[in-house]
Write a protein that binds this ligand. Sequence first.
Ligand SMILES: NC(=O)c1ccc[n+]([C@@H]2O[C@H](COP(=O)([O-])OP(=O)(O)OC[C@H]3O[C@@H](n4cnc5c(N)ncnc54)[C@H](O)[C@@H]3O)[C@@H](O)[C@H]2O)c1
Length: 373
Amino acid sequence: MRVGVAREIKPQEYRVALTPAGARELVQRGHDVVVETGAGGGSQFSDAAYEATGARIGSVDEVWETSHLLLKVKEPIASEYPRLRPGLVLFTYLHIAADEPLTRALVESGITAVAYETVETDDRRLPLLAPMSEVAGRLAAQAGAHYLEKPKGGRGLLLGGVAGVSHGKVVVIGGGIVGYNAAVIALGLGAQVTILERSVDRMRHLEEILHGRVSLVMSSSLQIEESVRDADVVIGAVLIPGALAPKLLTREMVKGMKDGSVFCDVAIDQGGCAETSHATTHDDPVYDVDGVVHYCVANMPGAVPITSTKALTNVTLPYVEAIADHGVLAAVANDRVLARGVNVIDGRITYEAVAEAHGLEYTPLEDALASTV
Ligand SMILES: NC(=O)c1ccc[n+]([C@@H]2O[C@H](COP(=O)([O-])OP(=O)(O)OC[C@H]3O[C@@H](n4cnc5c(N)ncnc54)[C@H](O)[C@@H]3O)[C@@H](O)[C@H]2O)c1
């Protein structure tokens, strides 16, 4: 199969959908890999590095027009819509339930589109989203430490303290993938860490894997209010699947926080978990509300494209290999997890939430597959 790798043209996107290591795996399996000129540049992978694996470097037209399977990181933007075509299989982050123009462009083009974010295991994990949560969680603790510095607008406190001076306090709200990773780095920096969670099972697991080095507290409005009042850094890391983040931090609670403390709302991509949160960008990442530094960057992994690219491609590669080896129809017929990623097949919407969101026709995947084979 010819596997194309497109260069990302969305502003501020430096990731690429395949590393040279991944290209070599595909070449060794007998596939023809074509990487768009400069596609790896933002992640420090040169064209020569891809060529050394046996992949070819091609123009944007060649990659889009001749690939059977096209790998991307972000959804196509409007200038790319004319390049969508029947017979092409697109594998990328799509988030089309929130994007009607793109949904219509996919349907009208007759393309098959598999979304990273809806590839889902039987126990409801999202394996192609998880690495970005790991990156964001780890970055959140770093951002907290950074913005606590006086010249950055913070209290002027070192999270780890020094001998004879006490540690800073980090409160993490939500102990999922982001929360766990934030806690690991905050602990590494020497902070005193508290995680507020509402799942007792999850807290038992965290207790075990963090060897009792964090305080685990049942999340409630009162507990949040008391914990954030005493915190130097608060990290918002909650998720209610399929819903906007709950506003757990009221404006009053933010007002009660220490002057110069830092609130890092990682859940901002789901609307944020504080009444005072609004999305920011890497160009202008922080703002102040009642003396509390708010860091609310909606695409945190974009700050570290080398790490994010490698983490993403580590988890996508097995699915890329399955699609390239067997074709998309056989690959999804063999794997329920990958099948949940199919949003559009030959121009028909096979993901119910997407069809519902836009009032468009829904075709169950089995029906679409039966009529496609
Ligand atoms: N800003 C970014 O760049 C970025 C990057 C990756 C992920 N995220 C976001 O980070 C958030 C967390 O993602 P995740 O992968 O860790 O999700 P997750 O499902 O692994 O964890 C969420 C946790 O929140 C807990 N929770 C739910 N309601 C709670 C409450 N009221 N109090 C305390 N805990 C509560 C859940 O029990 C769960 O353990 C999501 O909104 C995700 O979209 C943002």
